[in-house]
Design a protein around this ligand. Sequence first.
Ligand code: FAD
Ligand code: SF4
Length: 226
Amino acid sequence: MKPFGYERATDPQAAATLVADSTEAVYLAGGTNLVDLMKLGVTEPALLVDITGLPYDTVEHRPDGGVLIGALVPGSRLAGDLGIRERFPALAEALLSGASGQLRTVATTGGNLLQRTRCVYFQDVTKPCNKRRPETGCSAVQGLHRDLAVLGTSDFCVAGHPSDMAVAMAALDAVVHLRRVNGSPRTVPLNDFYLLPGDTPHRETVLQPGDLITGVELPPPPRAPP
Ligand SMILES: Cc1cc2nc3c(=O)[nH]c(=O)nc-3n(C[C@H](O)[C@H](O)[C@H](O)COP(=O)(O)OP(=O)(O)OC[C@H]3O[C@@H](n4cnc5c(N)ncnc54)[C@H](O)[C@@H]3O)c2cc1C
Ligand code: SF4
């Protein structure tokens, strides 16, 4: 693995400034996806900015039945939250269907949204992959693509998004809360958050450099018909 630096952020502005100032600095949350990709050489950041000490780790239920889920809330705690289980069972089920108990204990809500594809060629640095290295070609189009996407593909990439949680959140009309580098808040509906691959599959979301996910809001669930 390439040597890298490590900084533990104590406030959001310090974290955002570090990441925005360098194209080689990235946020580190649970590390369950990022560190795996570093071991494989798929990504080689020079600096990891650990955000796990930032104050985005609560699940706030609203009087109207909606909820604001902090970006650092781990999957295990979210899946076990009583209000989530009662009002958003699809989300709890989606979380419990993914990974393992050990992983869910450290994997965060923000990191889950931004996990990278499980396409085998993306993870194999000896193979062409437009998403990992633009304009090198897509090995999956003529290769192994059995578990990849059937909708939202292009001639440049046929990878699916790997997050079970994101699918449930999209169905629940989730809204992603962001903090821009200048400190201003921004909200983006999850259904507008991800980009289709087109001819630039390496661009996956609308995030700008240094944008920090602070949480995900779910509106009140629709009432069951009487
Ligand atoms: C063996 C294994 C099996 C798995 N199985 C499943 C499965 O069945 N279903 C499933 O859905 N997932 C599965 N996963 C993926 C797992 O859910 C993700 O690895 C995890 O959710 C990522 O969260 P994290 O906090 O560890 O993110 P990290 O690895 O720390 O970060 C991931 C990315 O998000 C960025 N990031 C993190 N937090 C923020 C933030 N707040 N703002 C901006 N950027 C941020 C990081 O810079 C990085 O690019 C599996 C993972 C493993 C290792
Ligand atoms: S499907 Fe996408 S991620 Fe997989 S090899 Fe093709 S370009 Fe890379």
